[in-house]
Write a protein that binds this ligand. Structure first.
Ligand code: BTN
Length: 325
């Protein structure tokens, strides 16, 4: 691990550490410690520097560890996870798995998590704000046959898996906003990004990217352009590594079920979590309002059903976005 990341981990518990002590641990000068501190604010880390006391992190964090993430996994899921990498810093965990696709075996899964993403991607070309050490940025790659993807809706099944994992960690009052945004009290707390690539004849290479806000530092929060929430507001103390493992377990199991039965196996549960059902919504196409109506859940392919003047129409996620009217 580079000096910079060792330095961050020495501050992870949120206690004050003097520049001299930090320098001694790392074999660098106090001036070099101070130079690193200046870079940390670009990482979204809020550093508190007090003359005579030293430095501390405003938001303590628990460093990610592959061993701790693996510990809640069942033996069968763990054996199928060919690699689980902890990255300190990366552009995007999903891009990383795509770039290293040649390491992928035909069956099996590869996963990675990162402490920070410099270019975290959201849906619809948005940015996913990904400061160091506080939230969860996780991607899972696999190959799936074209047949198993036929019904569409894999990202909706993944949303159900993430909701199950969050419930296992005793986080309540969560819901899903079509197609796969996870909300807490009308504010987005987690998002899912699905990347599919492949030849029409062969299997698809699939990367599921999951971003969950655990504790958003103030400086990073200012960059988010939509109402957001984080798990610290849900009143539950969450162990990041345990949560990452619980999510991986739920995702792999959900992907198996999806491969066998398609979205059908998830529709009832998805509908139970549906935040829009029965509410007046406005659909947008290319950012322009297109239709308003009442949301009536999803169909077998994951399309949203909208009722207007007694007629129900379906719309696909790739084409439209939805807002509460
Ligand atoms: C959304 O816009 O709702 C999707 C957000 C997905 C963010 C995650 S974080 C891990 C993975 N890497 C990325 O660059 N994006 C996804």
């Amino acid at each position: 691990m580079s000096t910079r990341y060792r330095l961050i981990e020495l501050l992870a518990d949120g206690q004050f550490r003097s520049g001299e002590w930090l320098g001694r641990q790392l074999g660098i000068s106090r001036a070099a410690v101070w130079k690193h501190m200046r870079v940390f604010s670009d990482f979204g880390l809020d550093i508190h520097a007090v003359p005579g006391q030293g430095y501390r992190l405003f938001t303590p964090f628990q460093p990610l560890s592959a061993d701790l993430i693996r510990s809640p996994l069942s033996a069968s899921v763990s054996s199928r996870l060919d690699s689980l990498e902890v990255l300190r810093e990366i552009d995007s965990t999903s891009e990383y798995l795509k770039r290293t696709r040649s390491q992928h075996k035909a069956s099996g899964f590869r996963a990675c998590v990162a402490e920070r993403q410099s270019s975290g991607r959201g849906r619809r070309g948005r940015r996913w704000v990904s400061p160091y050490g506080t939230n969860l940025y996780l991607s899972l790659a696999m190959q799936l046959s074209k047949a198993s993807l036929r019904s569409g809706g894999l990202s909706l099944a993944a949303a159900v898996a993430v909701l199950r994992a969050l419930q296992d960690c005793e986080i309540a009052d969560l819901g899903v906003k079509w197609p796969n945004d996870i909300f807490y009290q009308e504010r987005k707390i987690a998002g899912i990004l699905l990347d599919l690539s492949g030849e029409s004849s062969g299997p698809f290479f699939v990367v599921l990217g999951i971003g969950i806000n655990l504790k958003m530092p103030e400086s990073a929060a200012r960059e988010i352009d939509q109402p957001w929430a984080d798990l610290s507001q849900c009143g539950v103390k969450v162990d990041r590594n345990h949560l990452a493992g619980t999510i991986l377990e739920a995702l792999v199991q959900a992907i198996d079920t999806f491969g066998e039965k398609g979205l059908e196996a998830f529709i009832d549960e998805w509908n139970e979590f549906d935040l829009l059902s029965g509410r007046a919504v406005e659909l947008h196409y290319d950012k322009q309002p297109m239709i308003t109506g009442i949301a009536r859940g999803i169909d077998a392919n994951g399309a949203i059903l909208i009722e207007k003047n007694g007629v129900t129409s379906r719309f696909n996620a790739g084409e439209v976005s939805v807002r509460v009217a």
